[in-house]
Design a protein around this ligand. Sequence first.
Ligand SMILES: Cc1cc2nc3c(=O)[nH]c(=O)nc-3n(C[C@H](O)[C@H](O)[C@H](O)COP(=O)(O)O)c2cc1C
Length: 380
Amino acid sequence: MKKLLSLCLLAALCVLSGQAQEIYGFSVKNDLGEDVSLANYKDKVLLIVNTATRCGFTPQYKELQALYEKYRDQGLEILDFPCNQFGQQAPGSIQEIHQFCTANFDIQFPQFDKIDVNGPQAHPLFTYLKGKKTFGGFDQQEELGRLLHQMMSKRDPEYAKSSDIKWNFTKFLVSRDGRVIRRYEPTDKMSDVEADIQLELNPTLSVIMKRRSIRKYLDRPVEHEKLAAVVRCGINAPSAVNRQPWQVRVVEDQQLIQDISEVYRQENAEQVRRDPSFKNMFRNAPNLICVCAANEGMWSQHDCGLLGENMMLAAEAMGLGTCCLGGPVRWLNSSEKARFFLQRLDIPAGYQLLYILAIGYPDEQPDARPRDASKVKFIK
Ligand SMILES: Cc1cc2nc3c(=O)[nH]c(=O)nc-3n(C[C@H](O)[C@H](O)[C@H](O)COP(=O)(O)O)c2cc1C
């Protein structure tokens, strides 16, 4: 039985890591017609582009080459796929195209054979990329974006609904571990592309960008040493005058999690019934990190927040998933029947449970929820 369980676990882990690795299964043809496996580009940050030599966007080749020169040594690869499907603006053989691009833009990144990116002959790589990141609209703040929108809408008022490539110089950014991170339309600013490339190339920044709240976990407790490492990173967080106004409790006792979840199930029957996957009240995570804040001191909760983010990022860097949980805390702090759980946490007087981090091995790879960049202003 134990053997069967570990086999299931292994299979689940393979499926999960496989989701990100899929891209390395594709093969493309180079300008000599030879097969090239994308597995050759494992551990690189990839910018995959469909290009054309007679397009208004063709000067982007210059910017792409500039990016390549700047970041190639740090691990960037630009994969160029000329495509003649948009206004027939990539005529000629791949050799002619290559000669044009080297003569005019001195491109040094790999240029592959011409392909279709839409329609029945679309290369499977682009079908995959389009499936991962759909069309997000042209930037209506930019004149070119408005122009392309008008042009496309005239042809097909419903054009925005399909994930098809809309025009030359659409780009896809792929992380070092094979995740398709973002799609850029030709009108998107190259400075945005560059900003994302910088984040992906840097190991710390890429962890920050990769972290997502995980709400599906493998049925496998986290090793004690890993939990200890996460918490060490947590208490390395800054705090006002180094007061460290927290108490941290790492729950490894599976029975305790089950017992409190059983009480929760009884008291919140309707809510639990709506979640057919319910195994425990902490998003089914196998372990918990409970953070209690000092009741006194105006920065106490801020400091605990910083502690939590340190732990979530440390966990992410170690291949673990987390989810900050505020919802269950309300019930835990208020229900008489939950008191045994708080007693087991052994929280000293003067502290209160503030939030719980669910932690475990992730069984999902959710996309980032949208972020509102307009909340940030630079005062110059
Ligand atoms: C203080 C706090 C409380 C939260 N409480 C819950 C919760 O009770 N349940 C839950 O599923 N997610 C909870 N979250 C996670 C947020 O929903 C999540 O961080 C947000 O949607 C952004 O998604 P991301 O973390 O994947 O970027 C909480 C996050 C914070 C910071």
